[in-house]
Design a protein. Sequence first.
Lengths: 310, 301
Amino acid sequence: MATVTAGAKPATRRGASGGARRREALAGYAFALPFLLLFLVFTVGPVLASLGMSFTDLRSADISNPLAVEGVGLENYTKLMNDDSFQQAGINTAYFVLLGVPLTIVLALAVAVGLNSGITRFKTFFRVGYYLPVVTSIVAIAVVWRFLLEPTSGLVNTVLGYVGIDGPAWLESTTWAMPSLIVMSAWRNMGTLVIIFLAGLQTVPAEMHEAAAIDGAGAWGRFRHITLPMLRPTLLFGAVITGIGYLQFFEEPFVMTQGGPLDKTLSVAYYAYNQFGFGNYSYAAAMSYVLFVVIAVVTFLQFKWLGEKD
Amino acid sequence: MTTQTRDAAQAAATTQGPRRSTRARRAAAGEPHAQPWIYAVLGAGLVLLVGPFIWMLLGSFRPNRELQEVPPSWLPESPTLDNYRQLFDVLDFPTFFFNSAVVATAITLGNLVFCSMLGYALAKLRFPGKRAIFALVLGTLMVPGVVTFVPLFVLVSNLGMANSFPGLIFPFLAGPFGVFLMRQFILGLPDELIQAARVDGASEFRIFASIIMPLCKPVLATLGILTFLTSWNQFLWPLVVAQSEDKYTLPVALAIYSIGERRADYGLLMAGSVVVVVPVLLVFLALQKHFVRGIAMTGIK
C-alpha cells in the first residue's frame, strides 16, 4: 500500500488549491492543540526542568531552600564517567536489551499470528491468558519466579534434573542471574506486544492472502512477503516501545535480585532510582539523561532500519 | 469475514481450475481454520503464562504460614477467607476503589480523545511543524519516568493541585505513548478514504469522527486497556501527590498497609493483588472483543 499511496500523493497535491492546503494545515493544528497544551505544561516543562537540574548540585535538602542550589556545569556528568557502578550498570543494561528485545518481539509476534490464524474455540480464553502476566502484580510474580528458580527444590532445576542436568543457582549466579531476568521480562511483557500486534494484523487485507494463496504461496511465504511488510508500522512501534521500556528496566531486578549478585543485574534506571532515594537528585538526573541519549540513539537507529518511507 | 468476500474468493478459486485442494480454497477464502498444532502450541504457552496468576489466586485463600512452606504446594490445605476479611476490615475499600476508578477512567478517556486527535493529524494531515511535534512527543517518551517527578511535583503544588484529583490526573491526561500508537496505526489506513470524503465535501472533523475513528476501534481498545492498566497500577506518583488518606488510590493504600509489620504477610499481599487485578481484568474482558474487529478494509487497496 505504501507504494500506491506514495504514487498517488503528488497528483493530489498538485491538484489541490492553496485554500485546501491551508484548510488541511489549520485542521492539523486544531487537532494538535488540546494535546499540546496539556503536554507542554505537564510533560515538556518538567522534562526541561529536570534537564536543568542535572547541571546543578540539587539535593533533597535543597527543595525547601532553592537559593542554596548552584550550577555546577558538567560536574555530575564527569563524575558519572568515573563511577564504576554506573559503568557496570551500563553494560548490564546493554546485555539485557540486546537479548531481551528480540526475544520478546519474536515470541509476541508468533503468539499474535497464532491467535490470528483462525482460532475459533477458546478465543477469549487465549487472549486473556496471554495478557494475564501483564496485569499480575510484580510482587506476586516475584514470589512465583523465585520459587521456580529456587536452586534445589525449584521447578526449573527439578525438570532439568530429569534429563541429567545439574541446574545452577540461577539468581545467585553472576553468569545466570541476568539471563533469568531476561526470560522473566519476556514472559511478563510479551502480552502487551501481543495485543498491539493483534491490532496491527487486522490491517492486513485478507484479499492479499487470498490472492497469494491462489498463486500457490505457502504460509511462511505469505507471512514473509505480505504480513511482515504490511505490519511494519506496528512492528516499528513494538520495537521502539520495547526498546525504550527495556532500556529503562528496573522492576525485575528490584524485586528479584536487588541488583546483585555483585551488581551483575544493576540497571542504569535502578541505579538512578537508588540515587534519588539517597536524595542525590541532580546526580540521578544526570544519570537519567545519559540513559536518555542512549535511548534516543537506539530509537533513531530503529527508525532507520525498520523505518518508514515517509 | 463477510460472506460476499468468501463467495468472491471461492469463485476466483474455482475459475482457477478444479485441482485446487480444499485447504488452498479455505486459505483463499481468508478463513484458514486453525490447525490442531496451533492450539497445542498456544495451549502449552498458556500454561506457562497463567501458572503464576493461578498461584496468586490460590495463595490469597491460604493462611500465611502455609505460604511460607518450602517447597510450596499448589493447593491450599486449609482454605480461608481471612486474608480478604482482614483486608476489608482494616482498609477503607470503597474510598480507595472510588479514587482509583476516577483517576484511571479520567486518564484513559483523556488519552483516547487527545492522542487519537494528534495521532491522526501526525499520520494524515500536512502542516508545518508536524515532524517537530512528533520528535518532541517521541523525545519525552524516552525520558526515564522518575526524573521528572521532582519538578512535576513543584509545578503541581504551585498550581494548587497537590492532594487533589486534578493533581493525580492532569500530568497523565495527554501521554506520548498514545500519540505514537495512534499515529502508527492510522498510517496504515488508506489515504483514499480521506480524499474521497473531502471530495464529497465532508469537514475535517467529520472525516476524523465518522470515518477514521470507527476504523480505529481495535487500536482504541488496545490504547484504552494499556492506559487504564498503567494508571490503575500507578504507584510512585500517587504516593507523592496524595498526602491524605482520603485521596489514596488502591495500590498506594495496599503498599502503605503492607509495609512495616505486615511486610511478610504474603497471604494478605496475594489477596490485595487479586483485588487490584480484578477491575483491570474486567476492563480487558469488555474491550478485548474489539481487538480483531472493526476494520473493514476489504475492497480498498
